[in-house]
Design a protein around this ligand. Structure first.
Ligand code: OAD
Length: 254
């Protein structure tokens, strides 16, 4: 039993929902120990704006630096665990029709037991050739923070440099993931938006689309965001506190 208080209006909305979308961003993984994009960075990365490392231009300029950054993030994600919020989402999905749409490139939702409908920004675990696009086996990242650039591996098919399987700024989202996300959003009656600053488009448009098509949109985030004023419910709490409390409250007297 979770004793964190939940707004009764929110509990009613969540109980009545027949199709739910959980839309997550980097804040969803923060309490597992994965830094968000817009948090201050430490170590080698303190001198870089992460949004500047996540661009095709950064890759063209210094692929070793970009590869090292993603290898570090991959290793870090491998070493951390999903938290109670990830598990609550998986638990909720076992009781109602629920789709997880995420901007996150980690696999913490999956490791907690959720099927992810769409990884809108790709995955750390699907590197591919930057020249021919062939998939490259994941090597699990690095155990310690790199102190400098790491040369990307070579493609086994064509010898091109292998790049992270993530979407960079200025690149298109994977079409199939976007189509699945829109389909889930357009048919949901409740969208729970967790841990996103909602500033990166087109992903940030999904909560607006949900609201426009008649869904209730609830934001779980300790801070106000650009989205907050457009939606009906905002809850200033964290993913690992709010989600288990909400799922407990819904299940309470069924
Ligand atoms: P951001 O780093 O922009 O935002 C993280 C959000 O999580 C902020 O609004 C925080 O207030 C919130 N937050 C922090 N801790 C939290 C917690 N414990 N529980 C709930 N919320 C918390 O991350 P995103 O919005 O995911 O894209 O960023 C969107 C995209 O920009 C990323 O997918 C990535 C990035 O650059 C690409 O790489 C293309």
């Amino acid at each position: 039993m979770n004793s964190h208080p939940v707004d009764p209006v929110l509990v009613d909305v969540a109980r009545a929902a027949r199709r739910v979308v959980v839309f997550s961003g980097a804040g969803m993984s923060a309490e597992s120990g994965v830094p968000t994009f817009r948090d201050a960075q430490t170590g080698l990365w303190a001198q870089f704006d992460p949004t500047e490392l996540a661009t095709p231009e950064a890759w063209d300029r210094d692929s070793g630096l970009v590869w090292a950054w993603y290898q570090w993030r991959t290793g870090l994600v491998r070493r951390v665990q999903p938290h109670a919020g990830h598990r609550a989402v998986a638990d909720w999905a076992s009781r109602t029709q629920l789709s997880v749409v995420t901007q996150n490139v980690d696999d913490l939702h999956e490791r907690a037991g959720s099927d992810v409908v769409a990884h809108l920004h790709g995955s750390l675990f699907s590197p591919r050739c930057s020249r021919c696009g062939a998939a490259h086996p994941t090597d699990g990242g690095v155990d310690t923070e790199p102190t400098g650039p790491l040369a990307p591996p070579s493609c086994e098919s064509c010898g091109g440099a292998v790049r992270p399987g993530v979407v960079w700024f200025g690149e298109a989202l994977p079409e199939d993931a976007w189509t699945r996300a829109v389909a889930a959003v357009e048919t949901c009656d409740l969208m729970v938006v967790v841990g996103t600053s909602a500033v990166v488009h087109p992903a940030a448009e999904l909560p607006i689309l949900a609201a426009r098509t008649g869904a209730t949109v609830v934001e779980i985030n300790p801070e106000a965001t650009d989205l907050s004023r457009h939606i009906s419910h905002t809850w200033r709490t964290t993913a690992a506190t709010g989600l288990p409390a909400l799922v407990d409250a819904i299940g309470g007297d069924r």
